[in-house]
Design a protein. Sequence first.
Length: 126
Amino acid sequence: MRDAPDGEQLLITAQALLRDELLPTLAADQRHAGLMIARAMAIAIGQMHNGDRHELEELAVLDTLIPLPGAPELPWRERLREANRQLSLLIRQGFADHGEPRQGVYRHLLDTARHKLRESNPGYPQ
């Protein structure tokens, strides 16, 4: 077990210090860089907080949409990458143009886009 504060708590503290004490003192030409650092820290905090949950959920949905032969022995991150490649190929071939696959693929793409938007924009409403 790690002692407190953990990595996420350290990042939160550093981000608050950057935002509250350092950013106000930066020259105008350096402020943008400081804001980019604060935003990157917010994204990292969110990823640390959520762990792999969203990616594992995405993989579970993809496994129901497009089973990958021989894929279970791959590490899960490789399976996720391969499943997304396969889905892209199937979409280009018209797999999701009509019928039941369309609804599942649409829902998956919408959910995935919303999650990515929330992750890259930590202030985005839930």
